[in-house]
Design a protein around this ligand. Structure first.
Ligand code: FES
Length: 251
């Protein structure tokens, strides 16, 4: 297989093998190959997809918005790993043939676009907003100390791209399993000193579809494009559930 290198010439090309499926027209999915001129060393996979859509085949469907690894909409399976197309330089993949598939465990709408409905439902289930549980202070904001906010630093950057969801083998086999994104979201609020619904949130993740079903495979941690650690959140939630039970017994 030919490899890309820093010495690659501008006139050289790379090849995208892209999963194609138009459910209303195709009986089964297939891969289509496109040739893309390698015009810049920092050319990204997303730019390659736009090149195809604008110059070669306007029927190709994919999602993107911010192009800056912020919105999470361009997540897809690129050369064996779930990644954001907008922050994956082609050169980094070290191969001239790049295979691109849609996210897994979500129905394909068309080509690289998936239906995120079940993913958003799990996010909503986690009540992703503060539930203070006590009246706001009469004057102004409810403040946090710096060290309290510091504990949330590794939790607040989730961009809901679904890379963790798609990489999780348990999510693949149990439709109702909440999955790594939901656990990270729950942990974000359990760890927030301004939130007053700790017990309710722990109960949400403490059932047959919750944290105990995790097989600790660590795929979610490995693929997160923001370097977050959903498996660490799962471990934290398990500890908090047990602490809660012990406290209740001691009362
Ligand atoms: S386009 Fe927004 S994260 Fe890639």
């Amino acid at each position: 297989m030919p490899y890309l290198s820093d010495t690659m010439q501008k006139e050289e090309a790379v090849f995208f093998r892209i999963f194609r499926l138009h459910p209303e027209r195709d009986t089964k999915p297939y891969f289509q190959e496109y040739e893309i001129p390698f015009t810049r060393k920092d050319l990204t996979v997303l730019e390659g997809l736009y090149y195809i859509q604008q110059r070669l085949d306007d029927s190709l469907a994919f999602r993107s918005s911010c192009r800056a690894a912020i919105c999470g909409s361009c997540a897809m399976h690129i050369n064996g790993k779930y990644r954001l197309a907008c922050n994956t330089p082609i050169l980094k993949l070290k191969t001239k043939t790049i295979t691109i598939r849609p996210l897994s465990h979500l129905p394909v709408v068309k080509d690289l676009v998936v239906d995120m409905k079940s993913f958003w439902e799990k996010y909503e289930q986690m009540k992703p907003y503060l539930m203070p549980g006590k009246p706001s202070p009469a004057k102004g904001e409810q403040l946090q100390r710096q060290e309290e906010r510091g504990k949330m630093d590794v939790l607040v950057d989730c961009i809901l791209c679904a890379c963790c969801h798609s990489s999780c083998p348990v999510t693949a086999s149990h439709e109702k399993y909440l999955g790594p994104m939901a656990f990270l979201t729950a942990d974000r609020f359990v760890s927030d000193t301004r939130d007053g619904a700790r017990e309710e949130r722990l109960a949400m993740v403490n059932d047959e579809h919750g944290v105990w079903r995790c097989h600790t495979v660590f795929n979610c941690q490995e693929v997160c494009p923001k370097d977050l650690d959903p498996s660490g959140s799962i471990a934290h939630l398990k500890r908090e559930i047990i602490k809660n039970k012990i406290q209740q017994k001691c009362l």
